[in-house]
Ligand binder design. Structure first.
Ligand SMILES: *Cc1c(COP(=O)(O)O)cnc(C)c1O
Length: 340
């Protein structure tokens, strides 16, 4: 039985659900893992995560499709990306096949919280890992916990797909260099001041430039950029210091294979921005959010698609990708994992 939740009016906030997945790593091995109802984490006051921020996470969603199935989208890519983050943070890898299995079990155990088809809401899935044993000298922890919780969410941006105004940040998103491509809380911790400051100044997000030359577009705090050229090409920045967004990688396929567009994954110079027709931010939470204007210390770059609605090409990309996720459009092989 579906929970009694006002699905249409959900925001993007945590709602505690009934079940979560936990597996512990000790003496060099992961235990078999289990579903538990206990939403509290009990760890040492000296746990590695609390002292040296040894933690990383993932984010994906489960959907109810048009024909009433519960599915999730490309969880194998989240498994692989978490493994990459773990390696960079000297944490043990949670086996990728077990990751997918754990996602399936956690969603099944909370099936009543998966929003119905057409409600506009989805079930957000948050896998994460952290160092749990006491660490006082600077070194990796020996024990870790891998967990997954789920929470039903509405649209990430209230007010829907109104184009945003963003600003160019004077600071870098991730610190230090070489950590930008992992999904780590430490990177987010370093970017919180910039996002709070951007909001105070009336901007919805920060555009981060490459730290070395500050001439190339990287990404925002939690989403990759996509651009549409005036002659209808799909352009997205290539850099080894941005997080490899699964939404962005999927949109590259949608643009090329479903919409017949030319796709360019390459360095994007800030100078080029004024020549693009449309701009959007992409990530699991919002899928695509249109950007209408970028402000660089008073210099304004306004995209021709305007400030009223999503640009026409961005809209087509959005409709096609969400159509695939919701089962209205046939998905490429392996993109949809049926949960039940
Ligand atoms: C999660 C995240 C994204 C978006 O990735 P998706 O896989 O599309 O959700 C982009 N940038 C950063 C920094 C992120 O943490």
């Amino acid at each position: 039985m579906s929970k009694n939740i006002d699905w249409a009016n959900l925001g993007f906030a945590y709602i505690q659900t009934d079940n979560r997945y936990v597996s512990n790593y000790k003496d060099g091995a992961w235990d078999e893992g289990t579903i538990t109802t206990d939403a509290m984490v009990t760890i040492s006051e000296c746990a590695g995560v609390l002292q040296y921020a040894q933690t990383c996470f993932e984010g994906l969603k489960a959907y109810t499709t048009e024909d009433g199935k519960i599915v999730c989208f490309r969880p194998d890519l989240n498994a692989k990306r978490l493994a990459d983050s773990c390696r960079r943070l000297e944490m043990p890898v949670f086996p990728e096949d077990r990751f997918v299995e754990a996602v399936v079990k956690t969603v099944q155990a909370n099936a009543d919280y998966v929003p119905p088809y057409g409600s506009g809401a989805t079930l957000y899935i948050r896998p994460y890992m952290f160092g749990s044993n006491p660490v006082i000298g600077v070194k990796p922890a020996d024990e870790y916990q891998f967990r997954i919780f789920v929470t039903p969410v509405g649209p990430y941006f209230k007010g829907g797909a109104k184009p945003m105004t963003i600003r160019v940040s004077d600071y870098d998103r991730a610190a230090p260099r070489g950590t930008g491509n992992i999904k780590a809380g430490a990177n987010y911790a370093m970017s919180l001041q910039m996002i709070v400051d951007a909001h105070k100044e009336g901007f919805e997000e920060n555009m981060y430039l490459d730290p070395a030359t500050r001439t190339k577009v990287e990404e925002t705090g939690g989403a990759n950029f996509i651009f549409i050229t005036k002659d209808g090409k799909f352009v997205t920045p290539k850099s080894d210091s941005i997080l490899p967004s699964i939404t962005r990688r999927s949109l590259m396929v949608v643009a090329e294979k479903y919409l017949g567009m030319t796709v360019e994954h390459r360095e994007v110079r800030f100078e080029e921005l004024k020549d693009f027709a449309e701009c959007g931010l992409c990530g699991t939470a919002a899928v695509i959010s249109p950007v209408g204007k970028v402000v660089n210390h008073g210099e304004e770059i306004c995209f021709p698609s305007g400030m009223d609605e999503m640009g026409p090409v961005t809209k087509k990309l959005y409709d096609t990708l969400t159509g695939i996720q919701m089962g209205r459009i046939e998905a490429p092989e392996g993109w949809i994992k049926t949960i039940q």
